[in-house]
Ligand binder design. Sequence first.
Ligand code: PLP
Length: 402
Amino acid sequence: MEHVVQIEELAIDGGSPVREETLAYGGQTIEEEDVEAVAETLRSDWLTTGPTVEAFEKKFADFVGTDEAVAVSNGTAALHAAMHAIGIGPSDEVIVPTMTFAATANSVVFEGGTPVFADVDPETLLIDPERVEERITEDTKAVVGVDYVGQPCRYDALREIADAHDLVLLDDACHATGGTYRGDPVGSLADLNTFSFHPVKNMTTGEGGMVTTDNANWAERMRRFRNHGITSTHHERAEKGSWYYDISEVGYNYRLTDFQCALGISQLQRLPEWVERRREIAHAYDEAFAPMDTVEPVAQREDSICAYHLYVIQLDLNQLRVDREQVFNALQAEGIGVNVHYIPVHYHPHYRENLGTEEGLCPTAEAAYERIITLPVFPRMTEGNVSDVIEAVRKVISAYQR
Ligand SMILES: *Cc1c(COP(=O)(O)O)cnc(C)c1O
């Protein structure tokens, strides 16, 4: 069914906006049970390094189906701990997609390694296994998949490549908490899997992160790493009545508090219904945009359940009179808190100056960057909010159509 195209004056040109108040692109859901869970932990003996941390780790590991889960203070710390666990150091290369949040690559730099940027598939914007293979050298130690917007990467192909070249496979799953790939939960797909619990992500602990793995040695190394590198826990020392501990390699303070873990346990219970709601909203957008050939949602494969941390559209700029920036500004003026995920990481001055990464390194991601816009998606959005977004996109796109 074709919608009726009527050109209304855009808010950016002085017309009335679709919404008076800006709708953010993401946001947390906090309910009374979350507040209760946190308050209960605040009234307990343990604010940090207590039993709620272990309880959250156990529940999260069970949820994703791994033996181990290590809670840390944020998603960046999770990536850093994972790079440390596998021993990344100077002269090591780690292949990462350029279409990601910079922390994926930065975490390699933290440990002295070199991130090597791989290009993405033009439709899904997920790391392209063929482009990964081209980047492998004798220094390559690991490859990181980033489950962009919440869709798992092609882990079958990535696993084959990793096995053939003796690489560690990591999943930066910060977008994909609650998703699945061929029936397997995100968090169990790679050798190490990292999560973020920032408020815009699929569940929150305020700030927070997690690494999941089946490797007990890596898990132990990450538990030391998040606690200054100290070899024993204070519980173990208390049991022995001893003050003594060793630091055999230095670590950081990347601990997650007990009251944050209480929030995590409470949030995890409702994660599946929130992912369901995110998918409903994404489905409504898909249907609304299907007749518009200027607006192409990031493609979804049938073998996965996308957790839709983000909903990203690619504009067909050939059919528009303006560029992405103008569409972005016009949507903002309509009261839609659109965003752009992401500036290709190899464009950032740090990488240009230190690694000599230039335009042309990852042409598909670079071209995508010129035409992507992130639309709001989060569980608390009402049907009215969803229609506002659709209306604003239709209004702006029809005004700028060639
Ligand atoms: C959010 C995010 C991170 C970082 O998580 P923080 O908790 O903000 O440190 C890393 N990678 C990706 C892909 C993310 O989306």
